[in-house]
Design a protein around this ligand. Structure first.
Ligand code: SAH
Ligand code: SF4
Length: 365
């Protein structure tokens, strides 16, 4: 690798076409071939890209690099959920989680190192924001998990941007990653299976709606009054519930799917009977479904997990009043891998317990 190396994973297909045309005098067709080799076939060695001429391959090899994921640690929950600690640039650490569900696995990735939104119930929120991840740092989490999944004979069917960070606060990095994940010559995932979750950045929700990026949207509502929402989610001061739900209403649902409204139930605070009824009124007429998330405990943050029966009562009430509701019971809580439990400290870098993917390339560089 030279200093001039361009990180391949940081470019969308359209950007790659432009670079190939401008800097290499190559056609769009070459960009298609390159994308297919890298994303469809997993080949990053230019020597193996047999349908590209040798001269161009050599020039490309001198210009592009393919940084590998560095898995710093991996923990496996009793329920089969796996948590990965990735080392990204500058020694920063982020977490990704393979969530084990009944018939499939969902990969949850991070979009930032820490988070600026400071939600009171979330451990990532206590870290503050260090920085946003590049598209490559996001895709390297995906690549690393795909590679490691071979050890388990499994894989994932869905990706959610619900790890560390506020994805829409890293709009360009995240939307470019989404483009590559959903490009048919990229990872080839259906936009219905890629979900971006936001704490409610209204202008960015509108920007996403107006863009040509197709992706599923989830919005963390987490309260039914502005008073309580502002108390637990400072973002509500800037964009209160009414404005947020207007943006949700306008979010295009076709060919995308219904927006998911996430509701973390904080025992005794936002889960009263009055809240349950207010949530039905707030949701009426919106093209949404609700995911109820019982609070996952973070010691010291001062919130309570609601009783199991009460969560079922909420679900039944919502369903009975025409609001489709699901419950997201915690997964991986024994390894602090559940929603809102992710946090890392880059200064306390532990020695790797796993062989680090990509060490050979690093050594060769
Ligand atoms: N920043 C984005 C995505 C990451 S958080 C967002 O806030 O939407 C993913 C989900 O976990 C959000 O719905 C959030 O409200 C929820 N969450 C945060 N802390 C939690 C906790 N302690 N227990 C349960 N869910 C939590
Ligand atoms: Fe950030 Fe989401 Fe946690 Fe809020 S809930 S602090 S937006 S990661």
């Amino acid at each position: 690798m030279t200093e001039l190396s361009r990180d391949f994973y940081n470019y969308s297909y359209d950007e790659l076409v432009e670079i190939l045309e401008k800097d290499f005098g190559a056609t769009k067709f070459r960009a298609t071939q390159l994308f297919e080799w890298v994303y469809r076939k997993g080949v990053t060695d230019f020597d193996l890209m047999s349908n590209i001429g040798r001269e161009l391959r050599e020039k490309l090899a001198a210009s592009f690099c393919f940084p590998k994921a560095r898995i710093h640690d991996r923990q496996i929950s009793q329920d089969g959920t796996r948590k990965y600690l990735f080392e990204v640039e500058n020694g920063d650490l982020v977490e990704a989680v393979m969530i084990k569900q009944a018939k499939r696995m969902t990969l949850c990735v991070s979009s930032q190192v820490g988070c600026a939104m400071a939600c009171a119930f979330c451990r990532t929120g206590t870290m503050g924001l260090k920085r946003s991840l590049s598209t490559s740092e996001i895709l390297r989490q995906v690549n690393g998990v795909i590679e490691d999944a071979k050890n388990f004979g499994d894989g994932f069917s869905n990706i959610v941007f619900m790890g560390m960070g506020e994805p829409l606060h890293n709009f360009d990095g995240v939307t470019r990653a989404v483009r590559n994940l959903t490009n048919s010559i990229g990872y080839g995932m259906s936009p219905r299976k890629v979900t971006v979750s936001t704490s409610g950045l209204v202008p960015q929700i509108r920007k996403l709606a107006q863009s040509d990026v197709s992706v599923s949207l989830a919005v963390s509502l987490n309260a039914t009054t502005d008073e309580i929402r502002t108390q637990v989610m400072p973002v509500n001061k800037r964009w209160p519930i009414k404005e947020l739900l207007e943006a949700v209403k306008e979010f295009p649902d076709c060919p995308r799917k219904k927006v998911t409204i996430e509701y973390v139930m904080l025992g005794g605070l936002n889960d009263t009977e009055a809240d349950m009824k207010r949530l039905v009124s707030l949701m009426r007429g919106l093209p949404i479904k609700v995911n109820l998330i019982p609070y996952n405990d973070n010691a010291g943050l001062g919130f309570k997990t609601p009783a199991r029966d009460w969560v079922f009562t909420w679900q039944k009430h919502l369903n009975a009043h025409g609001v489709q509701a699901f419950i997201r019971w915690s997964k991986g809580a024994d390894i602090a891998a559940a929603c809102g439990q992710l946090a890392t400290d880059s200064k306390q870098t532990k020695p790797s317990r796993l062989p680090v993917l990509g060490d050979q390339e690093q050594a060769a560089a």
